[in-house]
Ligand binder design. Sequence first.
Ligand code: NAI
Length: 462
Amino acid sequence: MADYDVIVIGAGPGGYVCAIRCAQLGLKTAVVEGRETLGGTCLNVGCIPSKALLHATHQLHEAEHNFAKMGLKGKSPSVDWKQMQAYKQDVIDGNTKGIEFLFKKNKVDWLKGWGSIPEAGKVKVGDEVHTAKSIVVATGSEPSSLPGIEIDEKTVVTSTGALSLGKIPKSMVVIGAGVIGLEMGSVYARLGAEVTVVEYLDAITPGMDGEVARSFQKILTKQGLKFVLGAAVQAVDVKNGKATVKYQLRKDDSQATIDAETVLVATGRKPYTDGLGLEGAGVELLPRGQIKIDDHWKTSIPGIYAIGDAVVGPMLAHKAEDEGMAVAEVIAGKHGHVNYAVIPGVIYTTPEVASVGLTEEALKQEGRAYKVGKFSFMGNARAKAVFQGEGFVKLIADKETDRVLGCHIIGPGAGDLIHEICVAMEFGASAQDVALTCHAHPTFSEAVREAALACGDGAIHA
Ligand code: NAI
């Protein structure tokens, strides 16, 4: 008799959700987690703390730029960095304790310590070996740096260090104009730092709809962020606590440097599987370090499954959660499924940026006929009332069938608005289905409906 039906390794969004679903499906479940708190990168040093800092600094921005316009006069608030950090920690604690509560409620055991897999069916935690019929590896990812850059988490930091800097720097260079770079760059720009983002490609946010990316860059530039695009960072030298970032412009190979108090390296993440003993257990890895899986999250060794950032696909908490629920169902003998074509991506800056499905660029490459319905938030009364008329909704539908293929939004509440289109896509809806759905007035979501109308006979407020 095995100790458990399932042992999940890692208590991030993939692992903890998987464990809860396993328990709900009647499987005796334990989770191995070596951190002091549950929730993984997302809750401890990722999504959640960054959202706390984005929220606090957005409030500061509102006070500095918009309060007086609304007749709210008085001195702008000053920043107490220690208190802002304490608020961030409270937000983290509330959430990590929440997972502990959910584990107790669902009778999921927390095996404290770092786990390894000596062989299929066994998980070693400290000196103890626990047995399980199924093992789910949900160990997530870690920041990946560049050669020539040494991270000290003080002057040269990853996203982890960037969440807890000793003080607000006067200047910051962000390497990489991806999600982490732009979210944390926004935080420090709003706190008064001079932020320069250096990006290898010629556009920010790789893979995103080109029009949205260009508009996003313009808006961020107005907010004070500087961009150096087409620049490959080659090294960062640190002397007396000050950094010099060396880069090469790709167009003419010329070299340049920028000095900064803090450098944030945000050039992507890599799967975290160190110390698990996967190779020893015979689990195959892909050339880029991800665990190889089949369509049912099964690794090359029967009884060992893998999900989340440790396997292929976008490194997103919600993708990991969906895989966690689906693999639990597979283990319980049900039919777990993830629709990888409908996974939204969100950047939580102001304005927010959100997208789901195909971009125009991808459709052009595929040679597919499509139509675009666009609507600017300038035509949305609610957005204008809260000084967020910049941005737009872009809905893409099949030219022949009108079926919704994708949506790209930059504007207020984009991260919530996108889900209307996720549901529409799950149900195979047409743009007309969205257009014929009554949307409450005045809401930001009317802009989504207007974009859908623009795919047909035309938007009303354009
Ligand atoms: P990313 O992959 O989004 O962006 C990295 C950027 O660095 C790319 O634009 C790349 O071209 C650039 N780069 C690479 N090497 C460079 C060099 N030598 N010089 C200049 N630029 C260089 O990676 P990021 O932002 O670190 O995020 C990691 C992961 O975490 C992503 O998969 C992201 O989706 C996820 N994440 C998601 C969040 C969200 O959903 N809101 C928030 C934070 C992270």
